[in-house]
Write a protein that binds this ligand. Structure first.
Ligand SMILES: Cc1cc2nc3c(=O)[nH]c(=O)nc-3n(C[C@H](O)[C@H](O)[C@H](O)COP(=O)(O)O)c2cc1C
Length: 355
């Protein structure tokens, strides 16, 4: 019922894309269930090694004949002085104490070179495994990467949080743009001005982007049901990308503590923070965010801060302690349900048909 350019380009029945969610949420069961239900499943591969990525792709191919996509983080240069990293690390030691984990003395700082090498190998896997759709966040792939992926007939999707970024995505030669409003859960995909939270809401953003670009738009941020889908289409998008709505589904790999926190949250309980990773991201407010708030503008950039907080997030998660976990969520948690992917997609489509 929504045949349009995006459904045609992505070869999907419904204009519903499951947001790639790096960090273990996008299990093979989740991705396959979305594609099998007529939407597009996506692997959030940002943190995966090329070997892990290949394994998951092969696993999903056993679970669905339908196409699915891969999402990658475009590496960006980052710098941090040794003393800045050490002092950011010191700030975390009292939290480590609360979690009964040892203080970290030796900090192994990730390098840009390492990030670039991983990304280059992830791209190789995408090509070798004949993945038809690849999306990117945190920046634009180089001309060489875009040309190479296009030579393999891969449909390319960029992420933008402003009109200017959407214009850059179009200019780079990518086929579709995900327009990410400030309501969105998880990391901001901003890449032009990354020093602030990129606070433009989706209702303002979609029509302004639509007036300025020709490539099709996928709307993201706070969309959970048929109302969000129809509103996005009215405003000028051709499809939606939903994260939080899929995160609380049975098939998602999110920690049950994370799912429960979203299922019990209200709309005013999320905040945009850079304390967990060094990059602005929206999640449920918890003691970690509040403790770090006074320092957050001075913390090292992504992925350094992300590396520093890794042991804390891991311990907090295995201790089922939501106080120090990154509880990424969009601004519509009251609309989240614990249900199967098929129920979620079927109910959206049946509600659209009732209108
Ligand atoms: C837990 C979580 C992880 C995310 N990880 C990624 C990611 O790896 N790549 C990406 O492009 N977007 C990521 N996002 C953002 C989504 O693509 C999308 O913009 C967002 O989920 C839309 O808002 P919603 O959560 O309110 O639906 C993530 C979102 C969440 C909630």
């Amino acid at each position: 019922m929504f045949n349009n350019k995006v459904t045609e380009m992505l070869k999907i029945e419904h204009p519903i894309i499951q947001a790639p969610m790096a960090g273990g949420v996008t299990t093979s069961d989740l991705v396959a269930a979305v594609s099998n239900s007529g939407g597009l499943g996506m692997i959030g591969a940002g943190y995966m090694t090329p070997i892990q990525l290949r394994e998951q792709i092969r696993e999903i191919k056993q679970l669905t004949q339908k196409s699915f996509g891969i999402n990658l983080f475009v590496p960006t240069e980052f710098n941090a002085r040794e003393d800045e990293v050490q002092s950011a690390n010191q700030l975390l030691n009292p939290i480590r104490e609360k979690l009964n984990i040892p203080p970290k003395s030796d900090v192994e700082i990730p390098t840009f070179h390492h990030a670039l090498e991983k990304y280059t190998n992830q791209i190789k896997v995408v090509i070798e495994e004949k993945i038809p759709i690849c999306s990117f966040t945190f920046g634009l792939p180089s001309n060489e990467v875009i040309t190479e992926l296009k030579q393999h007939c891969i449909t390319l999707i960029g992420t933008a949080t402003t009109v200017q970024e959407a214009l850059e995505v179009e200019k780079s030669g990518m086929d579709i743009v995900v327009v990410q409003g400030s309501e969105a859960g998880g990391h901001r995909g901003s890449f032009i001005n990354t020093s602030h939270e990129s606070p433009v809401g989706l209702m303002s953003l979609i029509p302004q982007v639509a007036d300025n670009i020709r490539i099709p738009i996928i709307a993201a941020g706070g969309i959970m049901d048929a109302r969000g889908l129809m509103a996005s289409i009215c405003l000028g998008a051709q499809a939606v990308q939903m994260g939080t709505a899929f995160l609380t589904c049975f098939e998602s790999g999110a920690n049950q503590v994370h799912k429960d926190a979203i299922l019990n949250a209200s709309e005013d309980e999320t905040i945009i923070t850079r304390s967990f990773s060094g990059k602005w991201a929206r999640g449920l407010i918890n003691p970690f965010i509040l403790n770090m708030q006074v320092h957050e503008k001075n913390l090292p950039d992504f992925p350094i801060q992300n590396t520093l907080t890794q042991d804390i997030r891991k311990a907090s998660s295995s201790q089922k302690n939501k106080d120090f976990m990154s509880l990424w969520s969009g601004q519509s948690p009251r609309l989240a349900k614990n249900q199967s992917v098929k129920t979620l997609i079927d109910s959206i489509i049946s509600d659209v048909k009732k209108q």
